[in-house]
Design a protein around this ligand. Structure first.
Ligand code: NAP
Length: 221
């Protein structure tokens, strides 16, 4: 479990990355440089652009297989440090395991209290693949939830901080987006408290397998 914004998580090939990163997806191009600069000023050292080189979604067809094998070659040639995947369900990871000789270091998927991804998390943990959550705040839609507000009041924290802390304690890596420096700062201020197990359980019980983004099994990537 990470203990600071600067703390690195060691991936299955020894590469280390920050456990809490700043997402910049869909920020207008002309604003992105300033947002990234502000993020770096606030201490973020992982910037997720959702255009990460070679980060592919789980289509399961041959074009994906060819892409993955090409990435493996780049990895073996020392041109890239690690291979990650995105939006892979368990069956995508199982299919990948049939031909891959390099296990992906992480799987970036939609995850938040309404989509806790526990089964995928267990499967990934068994195979030493980290889960990294995108839309960890459900694109802001989780922030008015009454259960979370009660928990937040108990710790004198915001709902966003409680949700991010829940992920940190369950070993989920994070890409959280904000264009506002004060929110970047408060989203990173999650290392001075710990959720009790009973509160972790309450948040775990909120799962409804509800998505704000596309279902990887239904979306034509
Ligand atoms: N691999 C993929 O397919 C994929 C798909 C989607 C996203 N992603 C990645 O995941 C990142 C995060 O996901 P996301 O941007 O969809 O959603 P998110 O991080 O769950 O939520 C971002 C929204 O919450 C607001 N917000 C952030 N912190 C807040 C706070 N403390 N208080 C109140 N509101 C707050 C932001 O508004 P402001 O900006 O106005 O503060 C924004 O509207 C993306 O930026 C991208 O890098 C990856």
């Amino acid at each position: 479990m990470i203990n600071s914004l600067n703390d690195r998580v060691t991936l299955n090939n020894g590469t280390k990355i920050p456990g809490l990163g700043l997402g910049v997806f869909q920020i207008p191009n002309q604003d992105t440089a300033e947002v990234v600069a502000n993020g770096i000023k606030e201490g973020y050292r992982l910037i997720d652009t959702a255009q990460v080189y070679g980060n592919e979604e789980g289509t399961g067809d041959n074009s994906f297989k060819d892409s993955y094998l090409a990435l493996e070659q780049l990895y073996k040639d020392g041109k890239i440090k690690a291979i990650g995947v995105s939006n892979f369900q368990i069956h995508h990871l199982e299919e990948l395991a049939e031909y891959a000789t390099v296990t992906p270091v992480l799987d970036q998927v939609e995850s938040h209290p309404k989509l806790s991804q526990n089964e995928l998390r267990d499967y990934a943990a068994k195979h030493d693949i980290k889960i990294q959550a995108w839309s960890p705040l459900m694109q802001g839609k989780i922030l008015k939830n009454a259960t979370l507000q009660t928990i937040a009041d108990k710790y004198n924290k915001s709902v966003a901080q409680v949700v991010l802390r829940w992920d940190i304690q369950r070993d989920v890596l994070l890409a959280v987006k904000s264009v506002h420096p004060e929110r970047m700062q408060s989203n990173a201020d999650v290392f001075d408290f710990a959720l009790e197990q009973s509160d972790m359980d309450k948040i775990n019980e909120m799962n409804e397998d509800l998505r704000v983004g596309p279902n990887p099994d239904e979306f034509d990537f």
